[in-house]
Design a protein around this ligand. Structure first.
Ligand code: K7E
Ligand code: CUA
Length: 764
């Protein structure tokens, strides 16, 4: 009985437990509750977990995306898809002071065309600098399709340093693509045009209009393009499209496709069939193959002549020296991608459903054997399609661009018309997977996908349309970057990111740890020329220099004042204000804006930035700091006084709004003494720990020491005034002394917190 009742009790317990467990399972977890409220599936939550980056977290990859018509580039992180920075390139951008300070105006001026300022760009293809075929994190290059220009962005500070204008072209699309050691940056023209800036009738299209491909020489030490050592291949008036540089076995060669090899000239208004009909009537266009290594040798030997002041290799010379060859390629191709091993070249035709895979080895053999199918109308040798082709693979309707996986042979092609990405194997021709894209994918990009060792992992589809993917914001929609997980055998869509800046045609992603951006500049730095600025200024040396009616103001900015605080000039003066940011602290940027003069500077720690304008109207022009840099940021201000010609300043002193007494002074001093006690205790904590092992803390301590030095100067002035019984100035200086103490304490506390959170050890 006892046993039975025991058993019964045990059974009851089991039943109870299982009931309880059941009710526990029924109760929603907070996660389930959120999923239900927001209508999320488990797949959604998994995708979120793969992209979510907690506060303070970092991304594994950094993307540089073109900003399309904005003339900028966009940096964002993967997998979080958080936008980090728009970098101004061809277009003025006030936050960065780009096109507002004199230094960056000089960069934009390099991009003038026929003397005309061009204040936008149509950026298409960013390209990271490479060393031995790997992204090295030093530079990014970007082209402007509308105005044939190329820009250099230094990843040391993410600033645009140089713009070059193509000396021959009237547009470019096939840029920027770097050679494996960034010896050259490729830039192919798009719309054939005369090389001169003169009028040439369209009737002379075949004879006088030309395409081309420029190899811009890059000086890797100076970080600048050298136009004098760059050269251009003359090419037929086909529309040259995208490029890629050979690597490994194909090192020294470059490839670029073309469309409209029909050389059709439209004229819809005169009853001629339009360009789109005439430019796609033939079954094939031409892949252009250039030997840049040999061309560079000819240039070095003085065997290439200059036209318009720049080296130009005419087609006759290219034929003679065996520098330029053609291979038929699918109709209206777009995209030309060399495989990571450098052995194959993949080209897709927008009006075909195949990706065509060419063998570099076969191309070389044909060249060696002079095995040509014939010549184009300009005498360029054409290698037979069957001779050069490895295989063609049916990947879907409207294939465009191809990117590579870390797995050998695996690649991804964007399929524009079918709105999908096709994963396939270029060695076997086998289709592995497809995924629908929303909508109409243009380029696509894998991690380090243009390098010789792609990482794969993620793929971004850069889509032309977003239609219904986001909350509507009027007829002009944002573009959409879709993040896809490609780690498994099946592609999985993770995230949609709207990009509201322009059409970002192409992007490239680099491992984040390859980037080593600076925290500050050397004090007095002109960041655009990367030299010490002739206008730099040290604290206490601020001055105004007049030379005739040109006035140069050499000033400084530091929390929380602009020196000088008053600038007096006369009507008609040309005023240049040069400001140096004295801060050494991370992220302590000061801005400088002024009423009515179109002035807005961004002065990062160490930088010297200048603004020049004509003070043509007498008046009062307040100026201030535009970055909320400190508690007294709003007080970081001053006045430009433009005095009428012949104005005589009054001799009296400025009358203060408030009068202070000895009691006010004493109270302030008491506060300062108490504040100093706080500082001393923080200093005690820091110095009793191994703070020197933490670079962040060392920088904070340096900054704090500076601020404390200023506090002591103000204290001395305060005490001197008090001694004379001048309690007005004694009180004001005592307050300034306290302002510096507050900044010191703030920095000290940040350092202390950092040490506490990062496991600093006690040393004494
Ligand atoms: Cu939009 Cu490369 Cu300029 Cu293709 S480009 S899609
Ligand atoms: Cu400096 Cu606000």
């Amino acid at each position: 009985m006892k046993f039975l009742s025991k058993l019964g009790g045990a059974l009851l317990l089991v039943a109870l437990v299982s009931m309880l467990a059941g009710s526990v399972a029924l109760a929603e977890s907070p996660l389930q509750k959120v999923m239900k409220e927001r209508g999320l599936t488990e797949k959604d939550v998994l995708a979120a977990a793969k992209t979510y980056t907690p506060t303070g977290g970092r991304d594994e990859y950094i993307v540089c995306s073109s900003g399309g018509q904005s003339g900028q580039v966009i940096f964002y992180g993967i997998p979080s898809m958080r936008i980090l920075k728009y970098v101004a390139v061809f277009t003025p951008e006030p936050w960065q002071g780009y096109g507002f300070d004199d230094e960056s105006k000089a960069v934009l001026a390099q991009g003038r065309i026929n003397g005309k300022d061009i204040t936008y760009g149509d950026t298409h293809h960013p390209s990271f600098s490479e060393t031995d075929g790997e992204y090295d994190g030093r530079y990014v290059f970007i082209n402007d399709k509308a105005n044939p220009r190329l820009a250099v962005i230094d990843l040391h500070d993410f600033e645009t340093k140089q713009i070059v204008v193509n000396p021959f072209f009237k547009s470019d699309h096939g840029g920027a693509f770097v050679t494996p050691n960034t010896e050259y940056i490729m830039e192919a023209s798009q719309y054939a045009a005369p090389y001169s800036d003169d009028f040439v009738s369209l009737n002379d299209f075949n004879e006088e209009y030309r395409g081309g491909l420029t190899y811009w020489k890059f000086n890797n030490e100076a970080g600048r393009i050298v136009p004098d050592e760059s050269f251009t291949f003359e090419m037929p008036p086909y529309s040259q499209d995208l490029c890629d540089a050979g690597k490994g076995p194909s090192y020294g060669w470059g490839f670029n496709n073309s469309f409209c090899s029909e050389r059709y000239v439209g004229g819809i208004e005169k009853g001629r069939p339009p360009y789109e009909a005439g430019c796609s009537s033939k079954d094939t266009d031409f892949l252009h193959i250039t030997n840049w290594e040999k061309a560079a040798e000819l240039v070095a030997k003085g065997k290439v002549k200059k036209v318009n002041g720049s080296y130009m290799i005419p087609m006759d010379q290219a034929i003679e020296e065996e520098l330029l060859f053609l291979v038929p390629e699918p109709k209206s191709p777009h995209g030309c991608d060399v495989t990571p091993d450098g052995k194959l070249i993949i080209v897709s035709g927008k009006l075909d459903s195949h990706a065509w895979v060419y063998s570099f080895e076969k191309i070389m053999k044909a060249i060696k054997d002079k095995n040509f199918d014939g010549h184009d109308p300009y005498g360029l040798p054409i290698i037979g399609l069957d001779t050069a082709l490895e295989r063609s693979v049916n990947v879907g309707l409207g294939p465009l661009h191809t990117q590579f996986d870390s797995v050998d042979g695996v690649c991804y092609t964007s399929i524009y018309v079918d709105s999908q990405v096709t994963k396939w194997n270029y060695r076997t021709g086998k289709i592995l997977d497809t995924i629908p894209i929303h909508y109409n994918v243009g380029h696509l990009m894998t991690m380090e996908g243009d390098s010789k060792t792609p990482d794969g992992k993620y793929l971004v589809a850069l889509n032309k349309l977003s239609i219904d993917r986001f909350n509507p914001v009027g007829p002009l929609h944002p573009q959409n970057h879709q993040l896809i997980d490609i780690k498994g055998s099946q592609m999985e869509l993770l995230y949609d990111m709207p990009l509201p800046l322009g059409e970002p045609h192409y992007a490239a992603a680099i491992k984040a740890d390859k980037l080593k951006p600076a925290v500050r500049y050397q004090t007095g730095w002109d960041s655009r020329s990367d030299k010490k600025s002739p206008y730099r200024c040290r604290a206490g040396r601020e001055k105004t220099v007049r030379d005739g009616n040109k006035v140069d103001v050499y000033g400084t900015v530091i929390r929380s004042h602009i020196t000088p605080e008053t600038i007096e000039v006369y009507e008609g003066d040309t005023v240049s204000i040069h400001l140096t940011n004295m801060e050494r602290a991370q992220d302590e940027v000061h801005g400088f804006a002024m009423y009515g003069q179109n002035v807005q500077l961004s002065i990062e720690p160490g930088k010297t930035a200048s603004t020049t304008f004509v003070a043509d109207k007498p008046g009062v022009y307040p100026y201030y700091c535009t970055e909320f840099c400190s508690a007294l940021h709003l007080e970081m201000q001053g006045y430009l006084l433009v005095m009428p010609k012949g104005y005589k300043a009054k001799d009296e002193a400025i009358v203060d709004g408030v009068k202070y007494t000895k009691a006010d002074y004493d109270a302030q001093v008491a506060t300062n003494v108490a504040t100093q006690d706080v500082i001393n205790s923080v200093v005690g904590f820091i110095t009793s720990h191994n703070y020197q092992d933490f670079a962040t803390v060392v920088a904070l301590v340096e900054d704090a020491t500076d601020q404390l030095g200023f506090a002591e100067e103000a204290k001395a002035k305060s005490e001197a005034s008090a001694k004379k019984g001048d309690y007005q100035n004694a009180m004001l200086w005592a307050n300034q002394w306290w302002q510096y103490q507050v900044k010191t304490a703030d920095l000290g506390l940040r350092a202390k917190t950092f040490l506490e959170q990062n496991g600093a050890k006690k040393v004494k």
